[in-house]
Design a protein around this ligand. Structure first.
Ligand SMILES: Nc1ncnc2c1ncn2[C@@H]1O[C@H](COP(=O)(O)OP(=O)(O)OP(=O)(O)O)[C@@H](O)[C@H]1O
Length: 917
């Protein structure tokens, strides 16, 4: 472990290094408190109020941690663990600290690792303190309650969630305090709860328990008996007391918060679990954030500190009105599907690059980025909603100058959603307000630009509430062009906007001018041409005379300091002026701070209005970005219908096509779900099956095709145009995917068990309106077991569920199903076979493949020649003696489920038979 550069200099001089393994006094509970020095006694007192947070305690220029916290912080941040005398009879106690100016960065690292942090800052000037400097908790950070820009990811929400369970029923509420979103829902299947949590990826989840470890914050992977099994252990959980989650406490809290008489208007009057979760979450915010929000700048000036605490008492994190939603209102994408379709990150290395979001996110604002992420993870079921989005994209596709200008303007709009949050919670700086004002003043330009817009999302921008414009102008009129970072040191407010401030400044100006002229006037009156007027922090203003001239010093000069070559003097008038200047500076700083806080509070009061606009801006940004992608990638507007058809002409995989050189991606069509037989789309097979058995050699493009269909459907339901020449898509209720085979080591499940679990989930939940994408089933067990399961699963999907399904497989025997069931068809990804090589054509065509070319792929991959030769021999023998195909046709075939059976008895099919009737 080593100290960061900032920390090393002061640390090494004041403390001795200790070995972590043999650290004495790590647990303060085992020490005699009375023997601790006063500062440690106070530290321990505060720590006991925040036992589950790491306590960072301000000592001079550092925030120090002591005892066990020091060991934890040193380990997590890789800082040197040192020690310091804890009291006469105590000895040294462990200590680690971070420099005060780097606090935010280190806190961000600790919060990221799932820790809660309590900041105990000095609240009086150390120079003025009598005895121990007064310190108080000024801020508590937990992973789900962050507001500071440096701790948040711009294009990602930071959700705090709360879960209430009653048997199979559950309530889930979540909020992002940086943007004000606050939602709640209730449902009855625990699996859905898990899926919803996986979608939201909350940074912290509140769980009411009766646990002995109440108040604890469990970091990802940490176990607790109090945590119900259905909650994934990849999240941070805060164990909370039950009472704030009871209806009797939660309901009045919500009513009071939103000034309502009933929860009817919020939509959760009859959803007690939803209301309880929301009420419990609100209580946590009130307890953790609202009371603790404090300025980041802690100057230790008494006067400013007092104003701060008065102002802070009035501040609240502005939450939007609670909204009740139903998970059934959205296309359900379970965790596997989000993962397999690589929606927000890739499967291989969990990177954003290579995901769907990467391919289609052309948003210009952070708000748009967050909105797109939400839309992608929560596509719509409502055709009207989808069409409204499509209309806007279409208008922006057709009007490229409007699109370009809109995007140009959007780029100049800052994150007004989060800036408003910081203003309302009293943590916004003057620079934040200037950014907000500049953005608000862009809104009229935006409105003017879209004044002829016809589509719903452009029309939403056409009117700007006059209050917002006035607010922007007011902030701009009050705050200087580039205000300083600190808001307690003056220099924020322009001249001419506040009479009292102007008056005070004029008074101070007179004294300043007198001092700045002093050198000239004194040189003239004393005749000492080398006389200088200077200033330093210890002595204030002084007059400096070189040693050779001291006999010319006037009588009223009072000697203050002697240096080698000069003497320094003051005069009574200089001291008087200096005192006035310093008091005036303090008074001016305080007044500027007050004016600034009033201005900031005004912004907070308009939070709802600003956030309504920010939502409209975010949505327009998402749609303008999607229009941009549609134009540059050649996407089409899919026709959304209520039926079950999925018809895609020349579809492409939105990510793979962007990773290949232009024109290299081979487009492929799809037709599923009993679409119109007579449609004119150029798909050679005019059949429109429910289930497609997709075969083809390894690496030919089966997985890519499968995912492409899923992604196109998903993109269509989020309202986007899609990578295809034409598309007609029935709205899906769920997309299921089962891809690949990975051991789930964390839960100790074998590859095959994972595969079967996922398959069971699909068979138990899919409906005729679902899209099911299966990439290999039954590969993790013996061939016959695997094939039998694959057969039975395909048959069940085609005959019982009739979900639209694409089933990619190397079991060519499954092609037999098409000859037995009328709603099953065979497709294959083709290759061209040359004497000693195969060429991947990546073309999906009707018919079933008869070979996997696995051995050729092995050869391409560099398996030794003898192995390849031997494999060919073995395959020849197996093919000669295999009875599987015969067995399927003659034995199982006759027992196949009958309700979707072909009327005509099939002629003996060959494996490359065309699936047309
Ligand atoms: N339509 C296409 N046009 C161009 N290249 C493609 C196309 N489809 C797939 N590819 C390329 O082929 C590679 C292999 O595709 P994919 O992984 O889908 O094969 P597969 O048939 O599923 O293989 P396996 O059976 O071994 O899993 C992809 O990484 C992609 O680069």
């Amino acid at each position: 472990m080593s100290y960061s550069t900032e920390a090393s200099t002061p640390k090494t001089t004041k403390s001795a290094r200790v070995n972590e393994a043999t650290i004495p006094n790590a647990d303060y509970r085992l020490l005699d408190r009375t023997k601790l020095s006063p500062m440690y006694q106070h530290y321990v007192e505060v720590k006991e109020q925040y036992p589950h947070a790491l306590l960072l305690y301000r000592c001079g220029d550092f925030f120090e941690t002591f005892f066990q916290d020091a060991i934890t912080v040193s380990r997590e941040l890789e800082l040197v663990l040192t020690s310091k005398e804890g009291g006469k009879e105590i000895g040294r106690v462990p200590m680690t600290g971070v420099p005060h100016h780097a606090l935010e960065r280190y806190c961000a690292m600790l919060v990221e690792k799932g820790y809660a942090i309590a900041i105990c800052d000095q609240v009086e000037d150390a120079a003025e303190a009598q005895g121990l400097v007064r310190r108080e908790i000024t801020r508590v950070f937990t992973p789900g309650t962050l507001l500071d820009e440096g701790m948040l990811t711009a294009k990602r929400n930071n959700f705090l969630a709360a879960v209430v369970m009653a048997g199979e029923h559950w309530g889930l509420s979540y909020a992002d305090i940086s943007t004000g979103e606050f939602l709640t829902t209730q449902s009855s299947n625990l699996d859905h709860l898990t899926q919803e949590l996986m979608r939201l990826q909350p940074s912290e989840i509140l769980v009411p328990t009766n646990a002995p470890d109440l108040g604890a914050l469990l970091r990802p992977g940490e176990k607790s008996e109090s945590l119900p099994d259905c909650l994934p252990n990849s999240f941070c959980y805060a164990l909370r007391p039950q009472s704030p989650f009871s209806l009797s406490e939660a309901k009045p809290r919500l009513l009071q918060k939103f000034n309502l008489k009933s929860l009817e208007g919020l939509g959760c009057e009859h959803l007690p679990l939803a209301a309880r979760a929301a009420g419990g979450l609100l209580e946590y915010l009130e307890r953790t954030v609202n009371k603790k929000v404090e300025e980041k700048e802690s100057k230790g000036k008494n006067s400013i500190q007092n104003i701060k605490s008065q102002i802070q008492n009035k501040l609240q994190v502005p939450l939007q009105l609670l909204r009740t939603y139903t998970i059934a209102d959205y296309l359900i994408l379970d965790y596997q599907t989000r993962r397999n379709l690589e929606i927000t990150q890739t499967v291989r290395d969990n990177t954003f690059h290579g995901s769907l979001l990467w391919a289609i996110d052309k948003t210009c604002t952070a708000m748009g980025g967050r909105a797109l992420r939400r839309w992608v993870l929560q596509p719509l079921l409502d055709i009207k909603g989808i069409r409204a989005r499509q209309d806007t994209i279409q208008e922006l596709v057709e009007n490229s100058s409007l699109r370009q200008e809109l995007r140009q303007l959007l780029r100049q709009i800052y994150d007004i959603e989060r800036l408003t949050g910081r203003a309302g919670s009293g943590t916004a700086s003057a620079r934040d307000l200037v950014a907000l004002a500049d953005s608000l003043l862009k809104l009229p330009d935006l409105a003017a630009l879209v004044t002829d817009g016809r589509s719903p999302y452009l029309r939403a921008l056409q009117k700007v509430h006059p209050i917002l414009e006035q607010l922007g102008q007011r902030i701009r009129a009050y705050l200087v062009e580039s205000p300083p970072i600190h808001i307690t040191e003056g220099g924020l407010i322009r001249d001419g906007v506040h009479p009292q401030l102007d008056e005070m400044r004029a008074g101070a100006k007179d004294d300043h001018e007198w001092v700045s002229n002093l050198e000239v006037t004194e040189r003239a009156s004393t005749g000492i041409s080398t006389l200088k007027v200077g200033y330093n922090k210890t002595f204030g203003y002084y007059i400096s005379i070189s040693k050779g001239k001291i006999d010319q010093v006037p009588k009223n000069y009072i000697r203050k300091q002697t240096l080698t070559n000069e003497e320094r003097y003051i005069t009574p008038e200089l001291k008087e002026r200096e005192a006035r200047i310093l008091t005036a500076k303090e008074d001016l700083d305080r007044l500027e701070y007050e004016i600034f806080c009033d201005l900031r509070a005004e912004v907070g009061e308009q939070a709802e209005l600003i956030r309504n606009v920010s939502r409209a801006v975010a949505a327009a940004d998402v749609l303008a970005g999607l229009a941009e992608v549609a134009v540059y990638q050649g996407y089409c507007r899919p026709e959304m219908v209520m039926g079950r058809e999925i018809i895609i002409v020349d579809g492409r995989h939105p990510v793979v096509e962007q990773s290949l050189p232009a024109g290299f991606f081979v487009p492929n069509s799809t037709k599923l779900g009993n679409g119109e037989e007579q449609n004119q789309l150029p798909i050679t097979n005019d059949q429109s099956p429910d289930l497609v058995i997709l075969t083809g050699p390894n690496a030919s493009g089966k997985s890519c095709y499968l995912r492409q269909v899923g992604l196109i459907q998903l993109m269509a339901q989020l309202g986007s145009f899609v990578p295809a020449r034409e598309a007609v898509l029935g709205v899906c209720d769920r997309i299921f995917t089962r891809v690949g085979a990975v051991d789930d080591l964390a839960t100790g499940q074998s590859t095959f068990m994972v595969e079967m679990n996922e398959t069971a989930n699909i068979l138990n939940h899919a409906t005729p309106k679902s899209l099911v994408l299966l990439d290999e089933i039954g590969r993790g067990t013996a061939t016959f077991d695997g094939l039998s399961i694959a057969w039975a699963v395909a048959e069940y999907l085609a005959t019982e569920i009739k979900a639209r399904t694409i089933f990619a497989t190397h079991y060519h025997e499954l092609n037999e199903l098409a000859s037995m069931l009328s709603n099953v068809a065979n497709y294959q990804v083709t290759v061209k076979e040359l004497p000693d090589q195969i060429i991947f054509l990546h073309q999906v065509q009707p018919g079933g493949a008869d070979k996997s070319y696995g051995i050729e792929v092995g050869r391409l991959a560099g398996l030794p020649g003898v192995v390849i030769q031997r494999a060919k021999q073995v395959m020849g023998q197996i093919e000669k003696h295999s009875k599987i195909a015969v067995g399927l046709r003659e034995g199982i075939g006759s027992e196949t489920r009958t309700n979707t059976r072909k009327k005509k008895s099939p002629k003996t099919p060959t494996s490359d038979e065309q699936p047309t009737e």
